[in-house]
Design a protein around this ligand. Structure first.
Ligand code: SF4
Length: 156
């Protein structure tokens, strides 16, 4: 990341930010997956298809060739958040559904801005500057640095 003035409470960052795992999109939306995707995930979890349906699929959805993942505690059934933590963990990150893989985080997305505000106390100005207390900005930038230098596999 370039141009960070960590002693200030405003920093310029690339709007195409790495996913900082706030979990807002995994909470707001309910993931639709195809039969093939569902079977692939069941295989990776080592579950029989019926068991997968029982545990992870929303029984209120009438689909036969596509499904909705269940929600638990208001979020995707695969989302985990440690008590008091600002970041979440997807239990199937390495083989998550395509709609999750296709999600492009951005400083200009409403969901990402919601996560920044809720968990980090940060706002985004129109030119793409993060604004907040120096402590919060510094802590968030440290997280961003670690996310871009580590393999997504490491996040599981
Ligand atoms: S499968 Fe993983 S990435 Fe997709 S919504 Fe659920 S927790 Fe989020």
């Amino acid at each position: 990341m370039t141009g960070l003035g960590l002693s200030e409470s405003k920093v310029q960052v690339d709007p195409l930010i790495a996913c900082f795992r706030c979990g807002v999109c995994c909470t707001e939306y309910q993931v639709n997956l195809s039969l093939t995707e569902g079977q692939r995930i069941a295989d990776r979890l080592g579950l029989a298809w019926g068991e997968f349906l029982n545990r992870y699929v929303d029984k209120n959805w009438p689909g036969i060739k596509n499904f909705l993942l269940r929600k638990r505690n208001g979020a995707c059934v695969f989302l985990e958040r440690m008590e008091g933590s600002k970041v979440t963990r997807c239990r199937i990150h390495a083989f998550r559904p395509s709609s999750c893989m296709d999600w492009v985080p951005s400083l200009y997305r409403r969901e990402c801005q919601g996560g920044l505000a809720k968990y980090w106390g940060l706002a985004v100005s129109p030119p793409g500057q993060l604004k907040g207390s120096t402590e919060n900005v510094r802590e968030f930038c440290d997280l961003l640095e670690s996310l871009v230098t580590c393999n997504p596999q490491d996040l599981n």
